[in-house]
Design a protein around this ligand. Structure first.
Ligand SMILES: Nc1ncnc2c1ncn2[C@@H]1O[C@H](COP(=O)(O)OP(=O)(O)O)[C@@H](O)[C@H]1O
Ligand SMILES: [Mg+2]
Length: 311
C-alpha cells in the first residue's frame, strides 16, 4: 500500500498530549515527536493539548494517539471516556491502564500470579504511626501508588528518615514502602506482541530519579544491555508475563531490577511510556531494527478495536 492509501485507513488522528499531570512537559515533547512522525507518514494528524474540556474537540477525529503520561492519560479515565464516545485509541484499555497506573494493585496482582516483585507495605495517612514501626530492614524505597517520573519518591537508609519520606509520598497518594533492590536496572519495551531488546540504565545517583531521567548528562543507557543470552531471555519472558498479567495491549514498558544474585524483580509497567526522540522505547525499537516512524505507525495500528480485548 502506498503511504497515502494507508493514511486513508486511519482517517483523521488526534495526538493527545500535554494535560496537567506532573508529567506535562515530557508529554508535550512525546506528542510533538509523534505528531512529526505521523505527518511524515502522510497521516492527517493534529495535536490536542488536554487541558480544560478537551473531549469536545475530539468529535471531529476518527481515532486518537494517546501521548499523555501519568494521571488523566495513562490511568484508564481517558480510555473510559473514549470508549463511551466510541473513539478508537492507541494502547491499553481501561482495566489494564488503571491497574498498571496503581503500583499497589499491580504488585498485589503479581504476587497473586507468582511473578517476582520486591516486598512492600502499603501506608495510608491514618496508618502512618502504627505501620512505620514495622519497617525493620533498610534501605527501602518510598513512593506514591499512582505517580510517574519518580515524583514523590525517596530512597530511605535509616528508620529516622522514614516518616519524612512517607509524608512526601502521601502528598500525592497512598504510599508504598518497598524493599530496595541493590543491583542493576533494566527496562523492557513491548510493541504489540514483540518484546524489544532490553535497555540497561546506569546512574551514579541513588536511583533513577527525575533528574537522572530528564536532566542529567551522566545517565548511561546500554542497548544491547550486556546480559548473557539466557539471562536476557529470562528478563524478556518475565517482562512479557508481567505485561500480559494486567492485560496490557498495544505497547508498553516494564521496569525491572536485578539483584546481586541475578534475581529479577518487577517494579512497574508504563502503558504510555515516553516517546521523545531520546526516550527508552524508541531506543529499544532502534536496536530491534524498528525506526521511530515505524514504531509510531505500529502503535497507531493498536487503535483498531480488537487490540484492547487481547490477552
Ligand atoms: N525497590 C526498588 N529498589 C531499587 N530501586 C528502585 C526500587 N523502586 C524504584 N527504584 C528506582 O526508582 C526509579 C523509579 O521507580 P518506579 O517504580 O519505576 O516509578 P516511576 O513510576 O516513578 O518510574 C526506578 O527506575 C529505580 O531506579
Ligand atoms: Mg519507572
Amino acid at each position: 500500500m502506498s503511504k497515502s492509501n494507508e493514511s486513508e485507513k486511519f482517517g483523521k488522528v488526534a495526538v493527545l498530549y500535554g494535560g496537567d499531570s506532573a508529567e506535562r512537559d515530557i508529554s508535550l515533547q512525546s506528542g510533538e515527536s509523534v505528531l512529526h512522525a505521523l505527518r511524515e507518514e502522510c497521516i492527517a494528524a493534529e495535536g490536542v493539548d488536554c487541558r480544560g474540556n478537551y473531549l469536545q474537540k475530539l468529535a471531529e477525529f476518527d481515532r486518537v494517539f494517546i501521548a499523555l503520561h501519568g494521571r488523566g492519560g495513562e490511568d484508564g479515565t481517558l480510555q473510559g471516556a473514549l470508549e463511551v464516545l466510541r473513539i478508537p485509541y492507541t494502547g491499553s484499555g481501561v482495566l489494564a491502564s488503571a491497574l498498571a497506573m496503581d503500583k499497589v494493585l499491580c504488585k498485589q496482582l503479581w504476587e497473586g500470579v507468582n511473578l517476582p516483585t520486591p516486598e512492600f507495605l502499603v501506608v495510608t495517612e491514618s496508618e502512618q504511626l502504627t505501620k512505620l514501626n514495622k519497617v525493620e530492614n533498610f534501605p527501602v524505597m518510598v513512593k506514591p501508588a499512582r505517580e510517574g517520573s519518580s515524583v514523590g519518591m525517596s530512597k530511605v537508609d535509616t528508620a529516622g528518615d522514614l516518616k519524612q519520606a512517607v509524608s512526601l509520598a502521601l502528598q500525592y497518594d497512598i504510599a508504598l514502602v518497598e524493599r530496595y533492590i541493590q543491583g542493576e536496572e533494566y527496562t523492557v519495551a513491548i510493541l504489540g506482541d514483540k518484546v524489544l531488546p532490553p535497555v540497561r540504565l546506569k546512574t551514579p545517583r541513588d536511583f533513577y530519579d527525575y533528574e537522572a531521567k530528564y536532566q542529567s548528562q551522566d545517565t548511561e543507557y546500554r542497548c544491547p544491555c550486556g546480559l548473557d543470552p539466557d539471562d536476557e531471555a529470562a528478563l524478556k519472558t518475565l517482562a512479557y508475563e508481567a505485561y500480559k498479567s494486567v492485560s496490557a495491549s498495544g505497547w508498553g514498558r516494564v521496569d525491572v531490577m536485578r539483584d546481586a544474585a541475578g534475581r529479577f524483580y518487577l517494579l512497574e509497567i508504563n502503558t504510555v511510556p515516553g516517546m521523545t526522540s531520546h526516550s527508552l522505547v524508541p531506543m529499544a525499537a532502534k536496536q530491534g531494527g524498528i525506526s521511530f516512524n515505524r514504531l509510531v505507525m505500529e502503535i497507531l495500528e493498536s487503535s483498531f478495536p480488537q487490540s484492547h480485548s487481547q490477552g
